[in-house]
Design a binder for this molecule. Structure first.
Ligand code: SAH
Ligand code: SF4
Ligand code: F3S
Length: 474
């Protein structure tokens, strides 16, 4: 048994990052484990977590499993979890309750926990003491070891816990079964060294490790050949890409430029921390048409006092300066953000600063959250004397401002013709199709299904807060 260890997860060793290319293989005893069996992977977290699920799926298919569309029909279930807020935790434990019932009627069902919650010591302790009926737990650093973990469980028939705490390597060559045929996630870096005081990610994902530029560019070229129209470069803090290279001066702006030069139709990237956003990055985004005019730029708070307590290393003023610089240099750029309300000690005045920032920036849209204490993080020890009721009120007030500007931004597009990558049937009306603009706005389009997988010009006919309606232009 290898349990996660919080102290280890917090460490940042100075060891060189190794790129390991031959770590993934399926042992022969595990090769046919999944024949005539079906798997179900449920994803709870961010885009990185989604992409991890695509890798888990590919590995299971390498072991002979095929995909089930419903967990009730599966012989093996993996919950790929998220630890970012308490409600992500609760959802996972709720699901485990339902699966326990299923397991009572289906004795051979295998159930495993993966993802960021697996990296938490307290979660794993709870699984070991109260969820003995589960079969295996693995973490974010050893997805490629899944076949070995399942093989070991087959041998012992006991709960197999195998979680690494402080992994400093980059594993290449893990296969991926992508959910979409048109847009693909591409990891460019793993981990995070920013240690914002409220955030669990640096503990669950380890130290910052960038993939080598050539590996990323090769992956994008291959995706383009396979017909993919869009790639999203993934990292918890993509602007810091390359800062961990010891003998190479190659940063995010270089990578963006080289990825744009592959000629793939659309390049996106998430998430950008304002801290490392350089002018040369802005210039590259402005220069290349295929780099989408869309930036997710989490601000977290509009109060410089709270930003300091969060460890974000910018002020309200410097954020707004960066924001305006991007708006001025990248034409028609859409900018979205993340905001936390109710951080420990947030006063009414601090919150007013957040509202005033939201009014000044007029974001295209925002994800807003009530602060959730994460065990082991510095903020969890700070005094928090604002009631939940007050926090809910603040969230509501903030959302009204955010929604107002989101609608305004969408209304400006009515009558314009914009390119949309059509991804599939519209969820609201199956006689329509739907997709995203390069500025990341969802559009429901009156067009036939032959447009799926293509970038088409759409005339916007109506605007709502969260989506647009449109029809084929011409
Ligand atoms: N790496 C990204 C954020 C990843 S987490 C960045 O730094 O911008 C996504 C969002 O979840 C964060 O931007 C933050 O707004 C929110 N979040 C993170 N920890 C949280 C917590 N403890 N409580 C509430 N929201 C949190
Ligand atoms: Fe968390 Fe901050 Fe890292 Fe984002 S940059 S993942 S908020 S520690
Ligand atoms: Fe959640 Fe882990 Fe992503 S905590 S947000 S799944 S990095």
């Amino acid at each position: 048994m290898l349990k996660p260890n919080f102290k280890e997860a917090k460490k940042r060793n100075k060891e060189d990052i190794k790129i390991l290319r031959n770590e993934y293989h399926v042992p022969k005893e595990a090769k046919n484990m999944g024949l005539n069996k079906r798997y179900f992977v449920k994803t709870y977290g961010c885009q990185m977590n989604e992409h991890d699920s695509e890798m888990i799926s590919a590995i299971l298919e390498d072991m002979g499993y095929s995909k089930a569309n419903d967990y009730n029909d599966a012989d093996l279930i993996i919950l790929n979890t998220c630890a970012i807020r308490e409600n992500a935790h609760n959802k996972t434990f709720g699901m485990l309750g339902r699966i326990k019932h299923l397991k009572q009627t289906k004795k051979d069902l295998l159930v495993g926990l993966a993802g960021c919650m697996s990296q938490e010591e307290s979660v794993v302790d709870e699984i070991i003491s109260k969820y003995k009926w589960m079969d295996f737990v693995f973490g974010t650093h050893n997805i490629h070891k899944l076949p070995e973990i399942l093989k070991e469980h087959m041998r012992t028939k006991k709960l197999e816990v195998n979680v690494w705490s402080n992994e400093g390597n980059v594993i290449e060559g893990i296969p991926s079964k992508r959910d979409s045929k048109y847009k693909a996630w591409v990891n460019i870096m793993y981990g995070c060294d920013k240690f914002c005081t409220y955030c669990i990610v640096p503990y669950t994902r380890g130290k910052q490790r960038s993939r080598l530029p050539l590996d990323i560019i090769e992956e994008v070229k291959k995706l383009k050949l396979e017909g993919y129209k869009e790639v999203t470069l993934l990292g918890q803090n993509v602007n810091a890409y390359g800062k961990d290279f010891k003998d190479m001066d190659y940063k995010m702006e270089n990578l963006l430029e080289d990825v744009a030069k592959t000629g793939i139709d659309r390049v996106r990237f998430v998430t950008s921390h304002p801290w490392d956003f350089t002018d040369s990055m802005i210039d590259v985004i402005a220069k290349y048409d295929n780099i989408c005019n869309y930036i997710h730029l989490p601000v977290q708070s509009g109060s410089s006092r709270i930003l300091k307590l969060m460890g974000r290393r910018y002020t309200k003023e410097s954020y707004i300066e960066l924001y305006n610089k991007i708006r001025n240099k990248v034409k028609n750029c859409s900018i979205t953000t993340d905001i936390i309300v109710g951080f420990p000690g947030e006063t009414k005045e601090d919150f007013e600063e957040t509202l005033s920032l939201a009014r000044e920036c007029k974001f295209d849209s925002a994800f807003t959250f009530i602060y959730s204490p994460r065990e082991g993080t510095p903020a969890a020890k700070m005094k928090d004397d604002v009631s939940l009721e007050e926090k809910e009120q603040r969230l509501h007030e903030l959302n009204e401002v955010i929604n107002k500007y989101a609608l305004e931004a969408n209304e400006k597009l009515v009558g314009q013709v914009v390119p949309v990558l059509i991804e599939g049937e519209s969820q609201k009306d199956n006689s329509m199709v739907a997709g995203y603009t390069d500025t990341m706005k969802l559009v429901n389009v009156k067009a036939d299904k032959s447009s799926i997988g293509k970038i088409i010009n759409v005339k916007i006919t109506d605007a709502k807060t969260w989506s647009l309606d449109g029809e084929i232009d011409g």
